[in-house]
Design a protein around this ligand. Sequence first.
Ligand code: PMP
Length: 361
Amino acid sequence: MRENNLKINFNPGPAALPYVVLQEASEAILNYNNTGLSILSIPHRGKLFTDILEESKQLVKELCGIGDDYEVLWMQGGGRMQFCMVPMNFLSQGQIAAYVDSGYWSADAIAHANYYGDVKVLSSSQQDNYRHLPAWPSGIPAGTAYLHFTTNNTIYGTQWKDIPSCTVPLIADMSSDIFSMRRKYTNCDLFYAVAQKNIGPAGATLVVVKKDLLHKVNPGLPPMLSYAGHAKAGSVLNTPPVFAIYTSLLTLRWTKEKGIDNIESENKTKASLLYEEIERNDLFVCNVHEADRSTMNVCFGAANKTLEKKFIDYCEQRNITGIEGHRSVGAFRVSLYNAITVADVLHLVAVMQEFENLNKS
Ligand code: PMP
C-alpha cells in the first residue's frame, strides 16, 4: 500500500483522481468551506454554488485557451447523451451529419446519430480493427451540417494529437483526453467530455460550444434537449449534479496549478515508459500503430493468451488494479489519465519485469 492506502488505479473511468482532490472533496462533504453546510446540501441556485459554477467555467476557458465567444456548460447524461444531442441540435432535413469512425465510441456516436437523419462516415479504420487512426477526411460533402470525431479512442488506444481545422462546424468528443496536452481547442466549434476521466466524478458532462453555433440549434426542441436552452439557463435549467461539479472544480484548480505543459510532458513520459517496456518485454505485445498510440489509454496484450488472467491477478497482488481491457476487446488497457503519476507507471513497469522473470520459458 502507498502512504495514502489507495491502490494504483489504472481504471478507464470512473478513474483515479488526484489524492488532494479526494481529500478536499471529502472535507467539503462534512463542512463546505466552514459554512456549516455539507456540499451535498447546498442550494443549486444560491451564491455558494453560483460561485462554484462561475469559477469552473472560467478555469475551463483558461485551460483550453478559449475566449468569451464560447459558452461552457455543465450537463448530465454522459457521452451517450451528447451522441443524441449533437444531431438533435444541429442536423436538419436535407443535411448530412459527417463522422470520422476511429473506434468504439465514434461508432456509437454514429449509431446514435442514425436515429436523427442522414449520416455519412467520411473515413473509418474499422476494417483494420481500429489499430490505427483513419485518414482525416480530404473533402467535406456539400450540405454537411457538422463533422464529428473522437480525439482519443479509449478502447483501442489511438489518439489524434492535433485538431485539424475544418470548413464545417467541427465537433469533438474529448472524453478521454481533455486537459491532457496543449491543443488547438479553438479549431472546434463544440467539444464535450464526460467528467469521469480527467475532470472529476461521473455524473457531470462538460460541453464547450461556440456562441455562434448556438444560433444554429434546431428550433422547437424542449430546453432540456437544447444546447441553447442550457446556455440560456446558465447550466441550472434543472438541478445539476452539485457535488460532481464541485469536485470537478477541485480537479480544474489542481490542473491549473500543475500547468498543462507539465501535465503534457508527464503524460508523454508515462506513456513512453510503458510502451517501451511492452516493446522490450517478450511477454507483451502492442498492435496499435506506433504513430497513433494514445498517451491516455495504453492497449496491449500478452504474447501468450493464457498468461493474461495470470498477469491481471499478479498485478492485483502487487497493489495494481484496473488493467483489464474493455469487455469488447479483452487483453489489457492501462489508463494513464492526468492523476496517474510517473511513480505509478514505474511501479507497473517493475511488476511487468518481475512477471517476466517468473514466467521465463
Ligand atoms: N466517449 C468516449 C471517448 C468514452 O471513452 C466514453 C466512455 N468511456 C463515452 C463516450 C461514453 O460515456 P458514457 O458512459 O458517459 O455514456
